[in-house]
Ligand binder design. Structure first.
Ligand code: A3P
Length: 283
């Protein structure tokens, strides 16, 4: 299926349209009590939605067990989700994969809180490679090598990982943005939940935090049909060709990339990220 471009960034046609993207960028009003989950695709977005949903319900799992994930936190740039976002009673929990330059302009004057999740781009690429096999609106990815070149040049849906990360990291000094990595969540989910609660100004007792940690685990999410993608219809996602809750680990890229491919990736990473004044767990 052919992708289309909006302001130089590729988007898939089943879920997106120029009208919605333009509306979200120019007219969508962020509210001061919004919390927005920001991430490049395959960086742990759904995991963060589950964590923030559980924090919001003080660790009570009934919300995540009964309401589909995108109703709890709709993606503002997705045609069908935008309607959910517009009807969402505040305080809203919203998600987006948009790069900063396409994010609602209203953010500049708002106190909306942004939780930005980053992940090793090698794992992002590998996760995308497998996941896209199930996406009905995905182009044929070609070989791993061909797909890696598309990924490194940003010729993939939502554009360049490098530009996405640089765009968001550039506003890191703002008080209402919080950065966390997939790798930190893996290493210390409890500590990460505590840090997120602190940023959001939410006070949970240790029992409630324990319940967030338990119910946001890979295995719980994999069994939760409200969060594991099984509600996505076959017309959008072929469940026989890919699994959304695939491995849930860090470093799986080592199982796919050859030494030469990984060196090629390292060179491109260095070239694109050398100007960034921030270190990441995968550096
Ligand atoms: P893998 O394909 O590497 O397994 P996103 O939500 O941004 O699309 O990211 C999807 C990735 O997050 C997938 O990675 C998925 O398995 C992983 N993921 C989802 N829930 C998770 C959880 N509770 N713990 C660890 N990883 C999780």
């Amino acid at each position: 299926m052919a992708y289309f471009k909006y302001k130089e960034i590729l988007f898939t046609p089943l879920a997106h349209s120029v009208e919605t993207l333009s509306y979200v960028e120019n007219e969508f009003q962020l509210l001061d009590d919004d919390t927005v989950i920001v991430s490049y695709p395959k960086s742990g977005t759904h995991w963060m939605v589950e964590i923030l949903s559980l924090i919001r319900s003080h660790g009570d799992p009934s919300w995540v067990q009964n309401i589909p994930l995108w109703d709890r936190s709709p993606w503002i740039e997705v045609d069908s989700h935008l309607q959910i976002a517009l009807k969402y009673p505040p305080p809203r929990l919203l998600s987006t994969h948009l790069p900063f330059q396409l994010f609602p302009k209203s953010f500049l004057h708002s106190k909306a809180k942004i939780v930005c999740t980053l992940r090793n781009p090698r794992d992002v690429m590998v996760s995308t490679y497998y996941f896209s096999k199930g996406c009905k609106d995905s182009k044929d990815l070609g070989t791993v090598e061909e797909f890696m070149e598309s990924f490194l040049s940003g010729e993939v849906p939502y554009g360049s990982w490098f530009d996405h990360v640089k765009g968001w990291v550039e506003i890191k000094e703002r008080a209402n943005i919080f950065f966390i990595t997939y790798e930190e969540l893996q290493l210390d989910l409890r500590g990460s939940v505590q840090k997120i609660c602190h940023f959001l100004g939410k006070e949970l007792n240790s029992q409630q935090i324990e319940s967030v940690v338990e119910n946001a685990s890979f295995h719980k999410m994999k069994d939760n049909k409200m969060s594991n993608f099984s509600l996505i219809p076959e017309s959008i996602f072929d469940h026989t060709k890919a699994k959304f809750m695939r491995k849930g680990v860090s470093g799986d890229w080592k199982n796919l990339l050859t030494v030469a491919q990984s060196e090629r990736f390292d060179d491109a990473y260095q070239e694109n990220m050398c100007s960034v004044d921030r270190t990441f767990p995968w550096d």
